[in-house]
Design a binder for this molecule. Structure first.
Ligand SMILES: [Fe+2]
Length: 270
């Protein structure tokens, strides 16, 4: 396992996940960071730089041009390995499975060998210390990179993941996660669990805004990111990515509720 220790970091960090090949969203986040005087080295990505959107290569290039710091998500892992799918383990024929057969081959085709090597070089876990508090950055779960850990999950799910993290990196005060696409925070047995959300796709709440987190002095603030979502959706349409995530950028609802916690489903059915 590739664990990267950033040591002591700035007292104010921007944490984010899932740029998802959404170039305009990542660009908008960098502009906000600049306005906040948060330098690129104080921005940490929880993975999935590439996924649903129209600009996988340009998004990676922007991330790298800013010295992007982040871990590998399942998308980076799968693309680095020349795998045939996103690695989420969706049930065959499920909506997510069918949708991934649209965007994943598009992203895969755009990857250069050099980008795949870059993805392979990314750490699995980042650890850092902020104001004497120790944090670990993971993607989905520590036991499974593609685990969808959501706020509805029982405490035992979080406790098991925290134990697995501590077994690998030692004692921690907080966890920064991603993958599920939902920003939230909770405290489990004294450990602050923060899902930084994703900037490349809204939260299934009817708004096109996406999410990121500012971590300052141990306090996590979930922020909304407004960006040119119409432009991003238009570019997806132009390249044939019309399976449903294009519309999600505009209407703010995901094309499938399969991976959503029950409390966030419109139909409220399992
Ligand atoms: Fe992911």
């Amino acid at each position: 396992m590739n664990i990267k220790d950033l040591g002591q970091v700035a007292s104010e960090l921007i944490l984010y996940g899932g740029p998802y090949s959404n170039l305009a969203a990542l660009d908008a986040l960098y502009k906000i960071a600049s306005d906040m005087n948060v330098p690129p080295e104080a921005m940490i990505c929880t993975g999935d730089v590439v996924a649903y959107g129209s600009d996988p290569v340009k998004t990676v290039e922007l991330f790298r041009s800013r010295g992007g710091i982040g871990i590998a998500g399942n998308c980076e892992k799968q693309l680095a390995a020349n795998a045939g799918d996103c690695g989420c383990g969706f049930d065959a024929g499920s909506t997510c499975d069918v949708l991934s057969r649209g965007w994943y081959p598009y992203a895969d085709k755009a990857m250069t060998p050099e980008i795949r090597r870059f993805f392979a070089s990314l750490p699995d876990v980042i650890v850092f210390t902020q104001n004497k508090r120790q944090y670990a950055v993971i993607h989905g779960g520590m036991t499974d990179i593609s685990r969808f850990v959501c706020p509805d999950d029982p405490e035992a799910v979080f406790a098991a993941e925290i134990k697995a993290i501590q077994d690998a990196v030692g004692p921690i005060d907080g966890v920064i996660s991603g993958h599920s696409g939902i920003a939230f925070e909770m405290v489990i047995n004294g450990v602050h669990w923060i899902n930084a959300g994703v900037i490349g796709m809204p939260e299934h709440d009817g708004s096109p805004d996406t999410r990121y987190v500012v971590l300052k002095d141990g306090q996590a603030s979930i922020k909304r990111l407004s960006y040119d979502f119409v432009g991003s959706a238009t570019r997806m349409n132009a390249v044939g990515l019309t399976q449903g995530y294009d519309r999600a950028l505009i209407c703010g609802y995901w094309p499938s509720e399969a991976i959503l916690p029950l409390s966030m489903r419109l139909g409220k059915t399992a």
